[in-house]
Design a binder for this molecule. Structure first.
Ligand SMILES: [Zn+2]
Length: 380
């Protein structure tokens, strides 16, 4: 098989339905090369043709849709938060097909960089899938760069225990991919969220900063010119570790006075909240139910996040700030605080023009995980 045909089959196996124009653009191949390769792959039965997309309102000829022969492959997503490690098998549209979970504290990554528990779930993905797997994605809730791994935690981490089952990915992706015969890709969870918004949400066709706020943390990703920006070390968009206070407490990242530590302090003001982690607990529910104190605290959180966000957006000048909708109606209070900060901390050119959008997506990271193998194939 010639490389162009190989690349087309690989890309189509990740992305479900595609057409020739998308293949040429995504794989940077000349249109005649794609046409010739697709003709051969259709004749060989490797690709099958579907309906013709007339593309209402789109200029140009109708496009014939194509996909790899056989059932659509699934993507495995390994993720964790606090004490739950889980594997989800997803179809190309992000729908959950099957889930395996482990209610146990996630063991530390250890000296070898990858927890055996994560490696076991990657292996389990291949065993429990009843149809072909396109890839397994490991979502990492920490600053992370493919090929480099997560930074080592520093002094000051003792009172803020955040343990990650992936420490370093040097060789881990390649070794796992070779062992299981499918691509195994590791990626920062906030980057997955931004990727999901780029393809399926409020980020199509614009430069945007994506902010994910869950009940146990937050993260951000940056998309410019239609591509996720990772930076030289994977630190692009690491809002949590922007310094807010020169003399603040040491952070797990080794810095001092980070936004992460400020938010931890703020959320610990709620009754019953643990003082050692960032935990919104039932704050969003109480705010929606009319608890004025909870609403105020969420607004304060929005203002605190808004200050460095305003600086970031002044530097980048994106079209939109896209906020994950995971907290539901409680996001209104956060958005109010963020807007207040922008009006004070950003110049009018940014504050008056940036669109602040709460995404309708509730699981952008899941959609991003389904997109990651495509992105990897596109830029490989
Ligand atoms: Zn930090």
């Amino acid at each position: 098989m010639r490389p162009a045909e190989q690349r087309i089959v690989e890309y189509a196996s990740f992305s479900g339905w595609v057409d020739r124009v998308e293949l040429a653009a995504a794989l940077d191949l000349p249109a005649p090369t794609v046409t010739t390769a697709v003709r051969k792959l259709l004749a060989a039965g490797s690709l099958v043709a579907g309906d013709t997309d007339t593309g209402s309102g789109r200029a140009g000829r109708p496009r014939q849709r194509l996909r790899v022969a056989g059932p659509a492959p699934m993507t495995g997503l390994v993720s964790w938060s606090h004490d739950r490690l889980r594997l989800r098998l997803l179809d190309p549209s992000g729908e959950l097909v099957r889930e395996l979970g482990r209610e146990q504290p996630v063991p530390d990554a250890g000296a070898h960089g990858l927890s055996p528990a994560v490696a076991e779930l990657v292996a389990a993905a291949g065993q429990v899938a009843d149809r072909r797997l396109a890839a397994v994605v490991v979502s990492v809730p920490a600053p992370f760069l493919r090929g480099t791994g997560t930074p080592v935690e520093h002094l000051g981490a003792e009172d803020c225990p955040r343990r990650f089952p992936v420490r370093s990915s040097a060789g881990a992706e390649r070794a796992l991919s070779e062992e299981h015969g499918i691509p195994v890709l590791l990626e920062n969870d906030a980057n997955l969220g931004a990727l999901g918004e780029l393809v399926h949400g409020a980020g199509a066709g614009v430069d945007f900063v994506h902010l994910t706020i869950g009940r146990h943390g937050f993260g951000s990703g940056v998309v410019v010119n239609g591509r996720l920006v990772r930076g030289a070390r994977g630190y692009t968009g690491e809002l949590a570790h922007l310094q807010m206070d020169h003399d603040g407490p040491l952070c797990t990242c080794g810095g001092r006075g980070c936004l992460w530590m400020q938010l931890r302090h703020l959320t610990a003001m709620q009754e019953g909240a643990p003082a050692t982690t960032l935990d919104f607990a039932d704050l969003p529910d109480r705010a929606v139910a009319g608890d004025a104190g909870a609403a105020r605290l969420l607004r304060d959180v929005g203002r605190t996040i808004g200050r460095p966000l305003a600086q970031l957006c002044t530097m980048l000048d994106p079209h939109r700030l896209v906020l994950d909708g995971a907290l539901g109606p409680a996001m209104d209070h956060l958005v109010r605080g963020i807007r207040e900060s922008f009006s004070v901390d950003a110049p009018p050119a940014v504050a008056d023009n940036i669109e602040v959008v709460v995404s309708p997506l509730r699981a952008a990271d899941v959609l991003g995980a389904c997109e990651l193998p495509c992105e990897h194939a596109r830029h490989a």
